[in-house]
Design a protein around this ligand. Structure first.
Ligand code: NA7
Length: 542
């Protein structure tokens, strides 16, 4: 039963991925009534949809899980260093079963709108099937990379073959045997699936717009001794993740890459490359702020590409020129090696752009490529796309779309709350560090902070919390100032919005690091949720 009058639930949560599942668990344990709406037919969020061949997480398994329950951490064992999509989905199902979460989740149901009603201090939430419920709190757990980007190529409806987007993959899989396959896009999704598809297809044509830096994942099965050692070190592991910069317990570089002579640097790069994962990115501490330091590691990777790829012309095409790390670094298994296969070809669509999709395949400005299957690995409308797809209206009927001017002036307070949108919280929202971190760590921090805030409001008889305009303005400005000190803003990427036609540019990510951000949020909480206006129903301010 909801605590406030005239509502159906204390909280409505959107999404049943890592965020929504934990939010449900925590609020329900504290005695709140919660309803979760999930568009998919089961739990998992992005891991429910991303079923393309080779889909894996690029956080190491031991870090890519909840840490709120030691018992849960001990009960679950990952089979290899980087978890596959099916294994992550199994894990989330295990969590949903263990905590009996499904009974409060409505699957196959998309939230289409959420409108705040001032008089009743409630959110009216409407779903695709026309159902409307009211809740005191409206909490989004919609992920940062959950709205697929399908570029508007002319003629896609004419294509006689089959086409798929990696972010919305058929559950029954795709049979590539004997097929001429084309894949558009070489981000993480493309780079993970290309080696797998190449092994199966008759021929694979990769349409590359921007070459990417990819590092060998060095994936391997975990052995029992290692699993036990990690579990035995649970508290330390959790603390170091929570107070790290990235949410991973990978030690950060301690000095500038320019402090070491080239031979020593090369040795350190070589060791980090062989370790796999993101060790190379963390080899020194100034890759993201110093162009020369960045060039030292960027050129190291370019040389590796030249060594791995046998055909020098193809190798040149695969060498990136942007600053390493300013697009999300990719981890791979045999990505560059795949270009040594006879059945794989690389098409540079920056030199010869895709003009249209024809009945037979892909027409670039140079030639037509005949294909049976096209795979779009073209990414997501990141961070803001899924939020803006819902018709969210706050106080005075202002829409989120208008507040953010269609995305060109994204402003939030801590990436968690919005001025004008009382009692609404955004788990992993824009202007938090989440999307650049190991997600579960960031998610837990947000969920726990929101839960604590709701409890605090109850304890102080407050029913409404709204981020103040000034606090929001200052936070957004701080985010921008930090970003502008880095090389990130100099590269077109999904971080800046450049990957979506017509999307306004910005940089809605807090780059100050997971640990420092956690301290900022804790400081806000321990100062009576500074930056928020709190009201009781009688509108009394504290
Ligand atoms: P990404 O990283 O956004 O990659 C998308 C790829 O698709 C990238 O290579 C794009 O080239 C390419 N792309 C996008 N639109 C086009 C058009 N119109 N023509 C040609 N090529 C295009 O998405 P992913 O799904 O791989 O990964 C997303 C994140 O998920 C990843 O970073 C992890 O954090 C998990 P571009 O670079 O824009 O020139």
């Amino acid at each position: 039963r909801a605590r406030q009058q005239h509502v159906d639930y204390d909280a409505v949560v959107v999404g049943a991925g890592f965020s929504g599942l934990y939010m449900l668990h925590l609020l329900r344990e504290a005695g709140y009534s919660v309803k979760v709406y999930e568009a998919g037919d089961d739990v998992g969020g992005v891991w429910y949809w991303n079923r393309y061949p080779g889909a894996r997480c690029d956080s190491e398994s031991i870090y890519y899980n909840y840490t709120f329950s030691k018992e849960l951490y001990e009960e679950w064992s990952w089979s290899s260093r980087f978890p596959t999509q099916p294994e992550i989905l199994d894990y989330l199902n295990f969590v949903a079963d263990k905590f009996d979460l499904r009974r409060d989740i409505e699957f196959g149901t998309r939230v289409t709108s959420a409108h705040f009603h001032e008089a009743s201090n409630s959110w009216e939430v409407t779903t695709g099937d026309g159902e409307t419920v009211r809740s005191q709190f409206f909490i989004t757990g919609v992920g940062c990379l959950s709205t697929a980007n399908l570029p508007q190529f002319e003629g896609i409806d004419r294509f006689k073959g089959d086409w798929y987007h990696t972010g919305n993959w058929p559950h029954e899989g795709v049979d590539f045997r004997g097929k001429r396959v084309g894949i558009i896009g070489t981000g993480s999704s493309g780079i993970q699936s290309i080696p797998m598809i190449a092994k199966e297809a008759e021929h694979l044509t990769v349409f590359q717009r921007t070459p990417q830096y990819s590092i060998p994942a060095e994936n391997h099965p975990y052995d029992q001794a290692y699993i036990e050692q990690v579990k035995g070190d649970f508290e330390n592991l959790r603390d170091s993740m929570r107070h790290s910069n990235s949410g991973l317990a990978i030690p950060p570089g301690e000095r500038s890459a320019l402090e070491d002579p080239p031979e020593k640097r090369e040795k350190i790069f070589e060791e980090a490359w062989n370790k796999g994962s993101l060790y190379l990115l963390n080899a020194y501490n100034d890759f993201m702020v110093n162009a020369d330091a960045n060039e030292s590691v960027s050129s190291f990777i370019r040389e590796k590409i030249g060594e791995i790829v046998e055909d020098p012309e193809i190798a040149e095409k695969l060498k990136p020129t942007y600053y390493f790390g300013t697009k999300r670094p990719v981890l791979d298994t045999d990505y560059y090696e795949t270009y040594n296969r006879d059945n794989v070809s690389l098409v540079d669509v920056k030199a010869h752009p895709i003009e249209e999709i024809t009945e037979r395949g892909v027409q670039t400005s140079a030639e037509e490529h005949e294909l049976d299957i096209i795979v779009f690995a073209t990414g997501y409308d990141a961070m803001t796309g899924t939020l803006l797809k819902m018709d969210i209206r706050g106080r005075d009927g202002t829409s989120l779309h208008d507040k953010w001017a269609g995305g060109s002036s994204v402003q939030t307070y801590l990436g968690l709350a919005l001025n004008g949108f009382p009692n609404m919280f955004t788990i992993t929202g824009p202007e938090s560090p989440s999307v650049l971190s190991n997600m579960p760590v960031s998610i837990e921090q947000h969920v726990e902070w929101i839960h604590d805030f709701i409890q605090y409001m109850d304890e102080h008889n407050m029913t409404r919390a709204e981020a103040e305009a000034e606090a929001e303005r200052e936070w957004s400005q701080h985010c921008r100032e930090v970003a502008e000190q880095t090389l990130f803003v100099q590269t077109d990427s999904w971080y800046t919005g450049a990957n979506i036609d017509g999307k306004p540019r910005g940089f809605p990510i807090y780059l100050g690091g997971v640990g420092p951000y956690r301290n900022i949020c804790e400081d806000v909480a321990s100062n009576g949720y500074k930056g928020f206006t709190l009201n009781s129903l009688s509108e009394q301010k504290i």
